[in-house]
Each structure stands twice: as C-alpha cells, then as structure tokens.
Design a binder for this molecule. Structure first.
Ligand code: KMT
Ligand code: NI
Length: 190
C-alpha cells in the first residue's frame, strides 16, 4: 500500500484535521521523491525482529534508534512539544521516522512552497532530507508511537523558518534544480 499524500488547503482550522482541497489533489510517491522524500511500508508488528528494517538500517547507516509515544499521558511537556513540532522548521540531518502505532501527519513544502500533507499510519517509514522545510502534527486520534532513526549520535535540533543561510538549505535547494545532483545527494540507494 502506498502512503497517501495531498496538497493542503490554506484554512486556519484545527491542524489535526486533514485539510484536503476540494476536489482532493493527491501527491504521488514519485512526486515526493523529487523533493528527496522517501517512503517504505514495513510490518510494524514485527519491528523488533524485522529483517527488512534491519536491511534498511544497515544500508543507510541508521545506527541509532529510539521510540517516542506521542500522547498527552506519555510525553512530557506534550502541549509545548506539539506546538514546536508544528512550527515550520528544518534540520541539518535527515529526519527518519517509522510509525509503529497510531497515525500522524508530516507536512513538507514542495518546490513552489505549497504544503503537502503526508498521512502516516502504522508501518510507514519516511525519510525527510536535511534542509527541507517541514512540520509534524497528530491527527484527530491524538496518538502515535514512532521510531526515530539516526546516523550516529542523534541531533534533534530544529531551526525554525527562516533558516535559509544554512549550507544544508542551499544544498537542498540546489538539489531540487539539478536532477543528477539530487540523485547523488539524496537517494538512499546511492
Ligand atoms: C520533527 O522534528 O519534526 C519531529 O521530531 C516530529 C515528531 S517525531 C514523530
Ligand atoms: Ni523535524
């Protein structure tokens, strides 16, 4: 099953709602790839022993992992953190998340700065490239459990927009213009 994604409306309504356009304007996995966003579907029921997950971690050097349950009773400073997650930001490293339970939305900017909403459900693993502007929210179910993966010692620092002066931002923007470069810099397979 492919992950579902769509262009967002611009209403200021509750961030946890789907915010689809009418009619819906879907976004394909191939479109996401052109932004450097990659997706895998895995069997989250066996994440502790999953050879497919092991393979991905080996291939990409995702040596670090932890698990975060995002729910008001389990996450310290829940409200504050959710507010931070929904601020448009970037990181200096890739953001890799694997949904083990529940569901949530990752929003990413396309090349024209339009918001794309990616509906992540159990079994979806996604990689957002370093330098892409994005944000995260729970949906109306108000719960998800996610594995966070990282190459080496994790750095969770987020830089809220505007963060255009970072080299990694400029590199990311360049990668959008030059398909050859992008393939080298962003494809997890190379
Ligand atoms: C981020 O940086 O956007 C996040 O860590 C989102 C929450 S982790 C499921
Ligand atoms: Ni982030």
């Amino acid at each position: 099953m492919a992950v579902e994604a769509w262009y967002m409306d611009i209403s200021e309504e509750d961030q946890r709602k789907p915010h689809r356009l009418t009619p819906n304007e879907p976004v394909s996995l191939d479109q996401l790839k052109t932004l450097g966003v990659f997706h895998w579907k895995l069997n989250a029921d066996i994440y502790e022993t999953d050879p497919e997950l092991e393979q991905i971690r080996r291939d990409h050097g995702y040596s670090f992992m932890d698990i975060i349950a995002i729910h008001k009773d389990t996450l310290p400073n829940y409200e504050e953190k959710l507010k931070m997650f929904f601020e448009e930001h970037l990181h200096l490293d890739d953001e890799i998340r694997y949904i083990l339970d529940g569901q949530a939305y990752f929003d990413v900017r396309d090349k024209e700065e339009r918001w794309i909403r990616i509906a992540m459900t159990k079994g979806d693993l996604i990689t957002l490239p370093a330098g892409i502007y994005h944000r995260f929210t729970l949906d109306e179910t108000n719960y998800t459990k996610a594995m966070r993966l990282f190459v080496g010692e994790p750095v969770w620092k987020a830089y809220n927009r505007p963060a255009d002066d970072f080299d990694i931002r400029q590199k990311y923007l360049a990668s959008l213009q030059e398909p050859g470069e992008r393939a080298v810099m962003l494809s997890p397979l190379l």
